[in-house]
Design a protein around this ligand. Structure first.
Ligand code: GUN
Ligand code: ZN
Length: 451
């Protein structure tokens, strides 16, 4: 049982105390990560109107009321910035862990029939609630999310995210070929529906929109051109799609778009690369594609549990550092097998191991927090505890299980404890989650949204 009594979400939280870890700034090189770590054995966060106004060592002088009783104290826990999931599908949560297939058959057998259900707004609302609560239960406070082809599915998700005051990015899937009829839009209906959703949701409270062509095979050139036009009309919206995940997929793109110099060129040609363009997977990129991602300042979402589950391949994380391409972590539920960022980092470590590479505990932590914020061009508002940033944070319980407690007896420092959390931890290690300065999840007691 928790020893902390949370204030009710209407009263709010002003000061939070405990061991605290974040990254001071973004880095260009892996080698610089350990140098930007900030750890306070006894830290303090002071919040005001959903923002951080102080972070640093605990001192009662820094607490606005100077009263200990006003401080939420988490001794023995670890306060960290909220995790950032840079690629996830909310309409696949109910078919996570579907047996036996690789990407293209998996889409036909499992993903498409499931996404059909989201034509029903009531079903979409129910699942949006499940999805958002599952994110929060896992300490994920921001995500870049695929909805379905149905505009109602976007409304359902944004309504739910807004009720928790979350910073969330999402969009309607564009898909006008090579999918079942029941999931197809057209170049013009996809454009019009996306435009209406941008006008309705983009920058409303903390919500942001992503133009979301599913992947090149399911859009005609006409639809990709319309997506590019939309991006030119609304330059600060995101583009979110898949790229070079699976060998058969790459061969198929070659057949469908013979005039292009590879898979990424199909997107680049249509104006879909750029600073706010996020490409999930990128497991099998060619050299010119790395160069194009770098030059266009595009972003990769690394989704290890998905890449292993679908047998897609091993993402070369080291190469992304060498090529100067930003990377964030993605769970890619429901091809990915966990909502937990801890479990996602666990698998990322193994993907690196299989390539003779090492993912350090601090790099893993960076990718899940400030690196993820940077990947989503949100490091000005999210990702660490700098004063002025939005107050999304998680209280981790490093001793959540008997095995973790036993393992911690042999850990010498915060780096080792963090690594143990990634390898052995999961949703059981999320003690509580705060969004916009408010408690939204407590492991032992659910806190209702401000609705
Ligand atoms: N490529 C196109 N659609 C999907 C999807 O839903 N999941 C994954 N993992 N890859 C895709
Ligand atoms: Zn995906």
């Amino acid at each position: 049982m928790s020893t902390v009594t949370m204030p009710d979400s209407k009263t709010g939280v002003h000061s939070v105390r405990g061991p605290m870890l974040d990254m001071a700034r973004c880095v260009e090189s892996r080698a610089d990560i350990a140098g930007v770590l900030r750890y306070h054995e006894d830290g303090l966060l002071v919040l005001e109107d959903g923002r951080i106004v102080y972070s640093g060592p605990f001192s009662i002088e820094k607490v606005p009321s100077r009263t200990e009783q006003d401080v939420l104290h988490f001794p023995g826990k670890l306060i960290v910035p909220g995790f950032i999931d840079t690629h996830v599908h909310y309409p696949q949560a109910e078919m996570i862990g579907a047996y036996g297939e690789q990407l293209l058959d998996w889409l036909n057998q499992y993903a498409f029939p499931t996404e059909r259900r989201y034509a029903d707004i009531e079903y979409a609302r129910k699942m949006a609630g499940f999805f958002v609560e599952e994110l929060l239960r896992n300490g994920t406070t921001t995500a870049l999310v695929f909805c379905t082809v149905h505009p109602e599915s976007v409304d359902a998700l944004f309504e739910k995210a807004e009720s928790y005051q979350m910073r969330m990015i999402a969009g309607k899937v564009l898909m006008d070929q090579n999918a079942p009829d029941y999931l197809l839009d057209t170049a013009s209906s996809g454009y019009e529906q996306s435009k209406a959703l941008i006008q309705k949701w983009h920058k409303r409270n903390r919500l942001l929109y992503a133009i979301t062509p599913r992947f090149a095979p399911t859009s005609t050139a006409e639809q990709l051109a319309a997506a590019g036009r939309l991006k030119r009309e609304f330059p600060d919206v995101y583009v979110h799609t898949h790229l070079s995940e699976n060998r058969a997929e790459i061969d198929w793109v070659k057949e469908l778009f013979p005039g292009h110099d590879g898979y990424l060129d199909v997107y680049h040609h249509h104006g879909l690369t750029g600073t706010r363009s996020v490409f999930a997977h990128c497991v099998h990129l060619r050299e010119p594609e790395w160069k194009c991602l770098h030059e266009s300042e595009s972003v990769i979402a690394f989704c290890p549990t998905s890449n292993l589950f679908l047998g897609s391949g091993l993402f070369p994380l080291k190469k992304s550092w060498e090529e100067g391409v930003r990377v964030g972590m993605g769970t890619d539920v429901g091809a990915g097998t966990s909502f937990s960022m801890l479990q996602t980092l666990n698998e990322a470590y193994k993907v690196a191991q299989l390539q003779n590479d090492k993912l350090s505990a601090f790099e893993a932590f960076y990718l899940a927090t400030l690196g993820g914020a940077r990947a989503l061009s949100l490091d000005n508002v999210l990702g660490n505890f700098d004063a002025g940033k939005e107050a999304d944070f998680v209280v981790l319980d490093p001793g959540a299980t008997p095995l973790l407690r036993k393992r911690n007896e042999t850990c010498r420092d915060v780096e080792q404890r963090l690594f143990a959390l990634f390898t052995l931890g999961d949703d059981r290690c999320i003690h509580s989650t705060f969004v916009n300065g408010q408690p939204v999840y407590q492991r032992d007691r659910k806190v209702e949204a401000n609705v």
